[in-house]
Design a protein. Structure first.
Length: 253
């Protein structure tokens, strides 16, 4: 199936590792040019950029930018446009997931989780949509939500769960606002995916988790990436405002 993504420009936040890195590769495989940012994983980011350029012959722009800081997000979108051309596709992937009971969280930690997981998504999306509207171009936004938006976590991630609820609402509200302009907005809600974010918890509670997942295994990042790329593509032309369940049956809502 031709996803018609060749030469499109896709910006993926938090692409240095985990699901974000897999999303970058899935776009590269389709011939899209890829931009992504990182905060701490500089070496991994540089290595991924080199790998994608060499293997797929596409253009790659990667830069350090903290999604929790408005100035960094503005720079990320502006520099991506300058380096690769106007952004057609934005994937809001970067997120943090602190751990603890409600009484352990400070106001600052709550705010920081929302700054990265929600406000960063808002700023990046606003900037990309303003540019799409200015040139009257179609586009696609894909937000990475979580099953935790609907079911909460069993291991104490209240700010994260709440922030992912906001990601789902943002997806719906924005889809209503911009879909008539040819800008589709969707989300993916993964269950458990084999990345550093859940590695420790997965090892500690593997059997308990497996009992709740009808497919009886953890997802690989590439399985989530394929869904994201599909939602961003012309093949998903009649899907907007959706949050796709990619939880191996864990949710079944
Ligand atoms: N893994 C799962 O089971 C699972 C399940 C449901 C949903 N999700 C969602 O999937 C997405 C990716 O998760 P993951 O498991 O791949 O996480 P991960 O392995 O922890 O990777 C997180 C990525 O985000 C980047 N990042 C973190 N904070 C950032 C910031 N302030 N500014 C810019 N980049 C930042 C990291 O960059 P650096 O390395 O440079 O810090 C890294 O590239 C997240 O939205 C997460 O909530 C994951």
């Amino acid at each position: 199936m031709d996803l018609q993504l060749k030469n499109k420009v896709a910006l993926v936040t938090g692409g240095s590792r985990g699901i974000g890195a897999a999303i970058c590769e899935a776009f590269a495989r389709e011939g899209a040019h890829v931009a992504f940012n990182y905060t701490s994983s500089r070496e991994a980011a540089k290595a991924l950029a080199e790998y994608l350029r060499a293997k797929y012959g596409i253009k790659v722009f990667c830069t350090s930018a903290d999604i929790g800081l408005e100035a960094d997000v503005l720079r990320l979108v502006a520099d991506t446009t300058h380096e690769l051309g106007p952004v057609d596709i934005l994937v809001n992937n970067a997120a943090i997931c602190p751990k603890g009971p409600i009484t352990a969280y400070s106001h600052a930690e709550w705010e920081h989780t929302f700054a990265v997981n929600v406000t960063g998504m808002f700023i990046a999306t606003r900037e990309v949509i303003a540019r799409l509207q200015k040139r009257q171009a179609p586009g696609a936004i894909v937000n990475i939500a979580s099953q935790a938006a609907f079911r909460g976590s069993t291991t104490g991630h209240l700010p994260y769960d709440s922030s992912k609820g906001a990601v789902v609402s943002f997806t719906i509200g924005l889809a209503r606002e911009v879909s008539a302009q040819g800008i589709r907005v969707n989300a993916v809600a993964p269950g458990l995916v084999r990345t550093e974010m859940v590695a420790k918890t997965w090892e500690e509670r593997k059997e308990r988790y497996l009992a709740t997942i009808p497919i009886r295994r953890i997802a690989e990042p590439a399985e989530i990436a394929d869904i994201v790329v599909f939602l961003a593509s012309a093949r998903a032309s009649y899907i907007t405002g959706a949050t796709l369940d990619a939880s191996g049956g864990m949710m079944m809502r």
